[in-house]
Design a protein around this ligand. Structure first.
Ligand code: A2P
Length: 280
């Protein structure tokens, strides 16, 4: 299994990322980032709303990794949608992360018809600011998060720069097949958040049995399964041995029949959040 995928603008993206949602701000968070990088992660998935970007930036700095060897993502929070507000929010994120460019910047949640009559215009204005930052070399790739096909379509139609990534919830029992197919058809790389279903899939007996065959943990099975489905998993943990374990997924191959068996599993938990019915 390759350690990098290639995005539609030809840049390389490390195929397992380290998620930082709920990574605590402060010493624990700083240490988690350091441990991740020391154990081989080259891809950090951050966001302004996680309220820990300063710690993420400090962890990156303390790890000593060369900037060009690291792929850093952040996301624009919902309250900052729009042209000028996006430009400002981006600068704050860069400052907090103590970086001078981002590898990937995502709109965190789509503006939707549930909250706004002019949702398409709002998303387009946000995207246009991101395109400006991209053209100035401050961001190497642009993308979205939690966009469903009906949110993606109008945005793609008006975009000068096509999105490279869509980050969605993805784990056994929650594969969002329609959205993944739309992204694949449009050459948009899918990233999967909560690849362990927030830890809720780890006690499933079928997954346990399959993992045992490969002498791997269920967490490693879920991460490897996402990779073999060509989705970039973003597991998160603040526990050093789990951080290490979750990156140790390149030395085994799930058989085709086991991959399909996992693809067919029923919902086992996770968040299941739908952008068309959230209030934030
Ligand atoms: P912790 O951070 O205390 O180690 P997801 O990425 O699907 O949202 O799952 C994150 C949750 O899964 C966290 O609660 C994390 O706990 C837990 N977790 C992460 N990696 C493992 C692992 N290898 N084994 C068991 N639990 C894990």
């Amino acid at each position: 299994m390759q350690k990098y995928f290639k995005l539609n603008n030809d840049i390389k993206i490390p195929s397992v990322g380290f998620g930082t949602w709920q990574t605590p701000d402060g010493e624990t968070g700083i240490n988690a980032i350091k441990v991740a990088i020391e154990n081989g992660y080259k891809h950090i998935d951050a966001a302004a709303i996680y309220a820990n970007e300063k710690s993420v930036g400090t962890g990156i700095k303390l790890s000593g990794i060369a900037r060009e060897d690291l792929f850093v993502t952040s996301k624009l929070w919902n309250t900052e949608r729009g042209y000028e507000t996006t430009l400002k929010a981006f600068e704050k994120t860069l400052q907090d992360l103590q970086l001078d460019y981002l590898d990937l910047y995502l709109i965190h949640w789509p503006a939707t018809a549930y909250q706004f009559s002019d949702w398409k215009e709002i998303n387009a204005a946000t995207w246009s600011a991101m395109e400006k930052l991209y053209s100035e070399g401050k961001i190497r790739a642009l993308g979205l998060s939690i966009f469903l096909p009906h949110h993606l379509e109008p945005l793609i139609e008006n975009a000068k720069i096509k999105p490279s990534v869509n980050q969605i919830e993805y784990h056994p029992g929650f594969m969002q097949n329609d959205c993944v197919k739309f992204c694949n058809d449009n050459n948009i790389q899918v990233e999967g958040w909560s690849p362990l279903g927030r830890g809720e899939v780890l006690n499933n007996e079928i997954l346990k049995e399959i993992a045992l065959k490969y002498n791997k943990s269920v967490a490693q099975l879920c991460i490897r399964w996402a990779l073999q489905n060509k989705v970039i998993p973003l597991p998160k943990s603040i526990t050093p041995n789990r951080i290490k374990e979750n990156f140790d997924v390149y030395d085994f191959e799930i058989s085709e029949s086991d991959r399909i068996l996992i693809n067919q599993m029923d919902n086992l938990g996770g968040s299941g959040l739908n952008p068309d019915s959230i209030d934030f």
